[in-house]
Design a protein around this ligand. Structure first.
Ligand code: AMP
Ligand code: MG
Length: 435
């Protein structure tokens, strides 16, 4: 039989322990906040590697990047038009067109009392201080065959000119350590002419779906079996959160030995082990005792719904480094919610990624009723503006932890605190589900 958890956290509820003191049994349920603290303790920080900017998509920037160049590198034209000196234009003037500058070509200094034909992105000739869009300009040919342009005035200096360094000024911080490099950030790096960038190493994960009943999609289903939903689902979520799932056998049989052996060999290879199923209190639940046989349990049984039996533990590898184990319950919704609530912030802590640390919170109006007992509920909801223009959360009808269809299309988790009653129109807090 499984032994009791060794963590003081699990045995000593904190002051905000949401009524857990009154729960019968030896292990009071730990509130989510305590679990998140325990989760980040002992977590290993990934090292740094340099990769090409192209390979850096979705990776976590490891160091601040300082701009080494002004962007744009010189004043340039914001549109196709004509450049001139404001003083020469006055209230409007015919000026000879003394040069033509296309983007990518170096201009000459602007001859006095003349204008220059410019195209978007073209560098502004020295001396010019305004650009007039071509739609406002009239052209004619003088009697001596010189092209002249009518530039209407008066004009303000700087109009339609993008000044040097307006986007990025050299010496300033271009990107801050800890951001996840999205397409715009990659563009900004390329704009500096950088080809390589320091990023956190990806967290290498072993993912174990436990359960004798599991069978792979594509195989015929025998009595008593179910298809393994969670393996592919969790693998995708881990990858969305920036991890590399490097070990993911089809399943781990429900025996203590198989579970322990799978955990022990994975601990030699990965930074994080995620299991699903087998973490509850039945005789077929071997994950917790297997973790304890190889290391320790930090926390087990949380005051959250879904996901009560979630376990946090650690296993020491043969080289002595400690590998975090997150044991998610097998019910697909519990696994899915557990991944959002625990795997995402854990991966954020292991890569010092600010965006992954916490899900953004939104205050919205409930379009449903709900009631909780001692556990904090996390309802799967969609968000849409109500008739008053305020965002409303619409809960999926069936919120049972086995109903995975409640997660498809869910945009947020509505937090329903313990011991509360929610009526339609109440203000509630939601965790916005962004990877
Ligand atoms: P457990 O946490 O192992 O007690 O499993 C709880 C419920 O989730 C049981 O009904 C399991 O059959 C189901 N379950 C466990 N693992 C998976 C999985 N990988 N895919 C789909 N359902 C699962
Ligand atoms: Mg099971």
């Amino acid at each position: 039989m499984p032994t009791e958890p060794t963590s003081p956290l699990a045995k000593t509820p904190t002051a905000d322990a949401c009524g857990c003191d009154s729960v019968p049994g030896p292990t009071p349920l730990a509130p989510l906040a305590s679990a998140l603290v325990a989760l980040r303790e002992h977590c290993v920080l990934m090292g740094v590697e340099r990769v090409t900017v192209k390979e850096a998509a979705g990776r976590v920037l490891a160091d601040d990047i300082l701009a080494q160049l002004d962007v744009p590198p010189a004043d340039n034209s914001q549109m196709d038009g004509y450049c001139a000196r404001v003083a020469d234009i006055g209230n409007g003037a015919w000026l000879p067109v003394s040069q033509r500058v296309a983007a990518g070509h170096a201009p000459q200094p602007l001859a006095s009392k003349s204008c220059g034909r410019l195209f978007t992105g073209a560098e502004i000739p020295e001396g010019a201080d305004v650009v007039i869009m071509q739609e406002e300009v009239t052209l004619r040919e003088s009697s001596s065959g010189v092209q002249e342009a009518w530039l209407p005035g008066p004009r303000r200096k700087g109009d339609n000119i993008r000044v040097r360094g307006r986007d990025v000024a050299s010496g300033n911080r271009l990107l801050a350590a800890g951001i996840r490099l999205d397409a715009a950030a990659l563009g900004l790096l390329c704009g500096q002419g950088l080809s390589q960038v320091p990023v956190r190493r990806k967290v290498r994960v072993a993912l174990f779906a436990t359960g004798d009943e599991l069978i792979e999609p594509g195989q015929p289903l025998a009595r008593g079996q179910i298809y393994n939903s969670n393996r592919v689902m969790l693998s995708q979520m881990l990858s969305d959160f920036g991890a590399d799932v490097v070990i993911a056998p089809l399943k781990v049989p429900d025996t203590f030995t198989d579970t322990r052996d799978a955990l022990a060999s994975a601990a030699e290879e990965v930074d994080l082990i995620v299991t699903c199923g087998g973490v509850s209190v039945g005789e077929e639940d071997h994950v917790r005792p297997a973790i304890e046989s190889l290391g320790s349990i930090d926390l087990w049984r949380l005051a959250i719904k879904p996901g009560k039996p979630l376990a946090l533990g650690r296993i020491a590898s043969s080289t002595g480094h400690s590998v975090r184990v997150v044991g998610l319950p097998g019910n697909p919704v519990s696994s899915w919610v557990g991944a959002w609530l625990f795997l995402r912030p854990l991966l954020g802590a292991m890569t010092r990624c600010h965006a992954l640390h916490e899900l953004p919170r939104l205050k919205v109006r409930a379009a449903f009723t709900a009631k909780t007992a001692i556990r904090q509920d996390h309802l799967r909801v969609t968000l849409a503006p109500g008739s008053d223009g305020q965002l409303q959360a619409h809960a999926f009808r069936d919120q049972n932890s086995a109903i995975l269809s409640s997660c498809v299309g869910a945009e947020a988790l509505a937090i329903i605190p313990p011991q509360s009653r929610i009526s339609v129109g109440d203000s509630i807090e939601c965790l916005w589900l962004v990877s």
